[in-house]
Design a protein around this ligand. Structure first.
Ligand code: FAD
Length: 567
């Protein structure tokens, strides 16, 4: 029998350690082994990816590529610049591939893409090997053990997970990898017969010359930020090497790891931040979640006798369970999980600025009557950190510059945009996060926005974050605000969260003028607050009460056809 010729397709798993899929590929003992990354047009053109996340991705690819070369001088991460839907069927033929191996991805888009690839592989006689490795438990099996339903609380995950099985101990990284085979890239120009249902967009990107496919130098290299024309501003950098070092640092601090309680970590801390900042590494798979879990678990076990370690939901393990919960919900609900419409678990709220889809549809049908102009301005001011509330603005500027903010900071800005201030749809906020977060994870982002907007997972809408009292609890002098809103750097601490209250002589002393509506950036000027927060909170609370009373969900025909207006 011919020896296996294996393409290992890296996607959500840019690492060598603890990768069940990579192990499965190497266990085939291939005669030819190609570690590849394909340039997915969905990522490049469709998803909202800001420069900071690009930088993190390229860092991670470069680090992985170097590690692969250390295992075999002839190998590296081969970057091929074409859509996987069109590229892989051609590679199957041209490279005489026998196996395609990858880590399972339960994101809604990824499932559609992978189904297409699997059909093409079947037609080409290529065996597909898939292993779960992105979550503690395989998300589909987790859902199965939760009676086929979306996991909506971590107690449900704690009940269903062990029925899937014990979380395996991490696997060691490989110590060698086989040579790649030849890599011809001159294909017949036709879209291959094996994949007749390629989508139109993939087809457009289908036929490329050799030079385009292998990059400008023909060497399958990871592109640079300069080549892509992007400039990043974040200091948070990617790669398995950095991820493992960060985890080692966390684990070395036994007390921090064993006693970690999320609600007690300060959202105003920076350099260093109060939580682990491992989320972007989990997103790109430069850190295995099982490695994270077991390293923490071992610390907790060793801590017995020294004190009482923290427990889920507040402990570090609890945070990883939340992650699995959102992945489970997404695995069960598919595309609908990322939106309100058709989402059976997402409560419908008639936001003053609805989601883009809802907004456009209602404008076209003429059934949309709310004047959303004001809310639209608030949304823009929120996005660009010019609300006139320094706590909110500091967080949004940190997000834009660095691509990461603390969990409670995310709580504050998400609550403010939705049910606790602007009454703007959570879907608008989730889009901004999608663009700017370096750890953007479709499941976690949509799920947490639903939580914060009280449309799913959490229902206590009367519990709101004040943009003044909440940060004061952590940072009386506003050190965090001074860092990210430098206009206010010299303002007296008693006005730092309410600068509009500062008398004119205090403003002068601090070299700032509190004036205008923040339309344009002007040196030494910080805007007035865009609304009276107490007034807006009361309006939002009233709106939420009514919406809860009516009790519509995203899958309700009244929501979908718009007849909720007549209720
Ligand atoms: P730590 O507190 O050190 O936690 C360790 C790990 O647990 C994190 O790295 C993360 O993978 C996981 N985790 C922690 N909290 C959560 C949570 N609430 N939900 C899911 N996983 C969690 N997290 C993302 O990874 N991607 C997102 O796109 C994302 N969007 C969010 C949007 C909003 C509105 C909110 C409120 C939260 C969002 N989160 C998201 C969850 C959470 O804020 C981040 O995971 C966390 O702040 C990352 O920092 P850390 O690595 O220091 O977390």
């Amino acid at each position: 029998m011919a020896k296996p010729r294996v393409i290992y397709w890296f996607r959500t798993d840019l690492r060598l350690h603890d990768s069940p899929a990579l192990k499965a590929a190497l266990d085939l003992h291939p005669e030819a082994f190609w570690p590849i990354w394909t340039w997915d047009p969905h990522y490049v053109y469709r998803a909202r990816v800001g420069p900071n996340r690009w930088q993190f991705l390229l860092d991670s690819q470069r680090d992985l590529s170097e590690s692969l070369t250390k295992l075999n001088q002839k190998s590296k991460l081969f970057l091929i610049r074409e859509s996987p839907q069109t590229l892989l069927p051609k590679l199957f033929k041209a490279w005489k591939v026998t196996h395609l191996v990858f880590e399972k991805d339960t994101d809604a888009y990824a499932r559609d893409r992978d189904a297409e690839i699997m059909r093409a592989a079947k037609a080409a006689g290529v065996e597909v090997v898939i292993r779960s490795g992105r979550t503690l438990w395989d998300s589909d099996l987790l859902v199965e053990q939760h009676h086929g339903k979306a996991t909506m609380s971590i107690s449900q995950v704690q009940a269903a997970g062990p029925k899937v099985g014990a979380i395996p101990r991490p696997l060691a990284a490989p110590t060698k990898i086989p040579d790649p085979g030849e890599m011809p890239l001159e294909f017949e120009q036709d879209v291959p017969e094996q994949a007749p249902d390629l989508n139109a967009q993939a087809r457009e990107h289908g036929d490329r010359s050799y030079a385009q496919l292998a990059g400008p130098h023909g060497d399958f290299a990871v592109p640079s930020m300069e080549e892509l024309g992007f400039t990043a501003t974040s200091l948070h950098r990617g790669g398995e090497t950095i991820a493992r070092k960060l985890l080692d640092d966390v684990i070395a601090n036994e007390e921090y790891t064993a006693l970690f309680e999320k609600p007690k970590t300060a959202p105003t801390d920076f350099e260093p931040q109060a939580t682990t900042l491992l989320s972007p590494h989990l997103h790109f798979g430069t850190l295995s979640v099982r490695e994270f879990y077991w390293r923490v678990q071992d610390v907790v076990d060793n801590y017995r006798g020294k004190g009482k370690a923290s427990q889920p939901p507040v402990s570090l393990t609890g945070q990883l369970l939340f992650r699995d919960m959102y992945f489970g919900a997404q695995a069960a609900l598919g595309h609908a999980f990322g939106q309100t419409m058709y989402n059976s678990h997402c409560r419908f709220i008639p936001w003053h600025l609805p989601s883009k889809v809802d907004h456009e549809r209602k404008q076209v049908t003429g059934e949309y009557h709310i004047d959303s102009d004001e809310a639209h301005v608030w949304f823009q001011r929120w996005k660009w950190g010019r609300t006139g509330f320094p706590w909110i603005d500091a967080l949004m500027r940190q997000l834009r510059q660095e691509g990461w903010i603390h969990h409670l900071g995310r709580h504050a800005v998400a609550c403010f945009l939705t049910r606790g201030g602007c009454y703007v749809s959570w879907e608008r906020g989730a889009e901004v996060f999608e663009e700017w977060l370096i750890d953007h994870e479709t499941a976690c982002n949509a799920g947490n926005w639903q939580w914060l907007s009280c449309t799913a997972f959490f229902a206590q809408f009367y519990r709101c974050y004040s943009p003044v009292a909440f940060p004061q609890k952590w940072d009386k002098d506003g050190v965090f605000v001074r860092r990210y809103v430098p206009e206010l750097a010299a303002l007296d601490s008693k006005y730092i969260y309410e600068p509009w209250k500062a008398p004119i002589q205090d403003q002068r002393k601090a070299g700032v003028r509190i004036s205008g509506a923040g339309e344009k950036e002007e040196e030494g000027v910080y805007p007035k607050p865009m609304f009276d927060f107490a007034e807006r909170r009361a309006i939002c609370l009233d709106g939420m009460k009514k919406a809860y009373h009516v009790g519509l969900y995203g899958d309700d025909p009244k929501v979908v056809d718009g007849s909720w207006r007549q209720l």
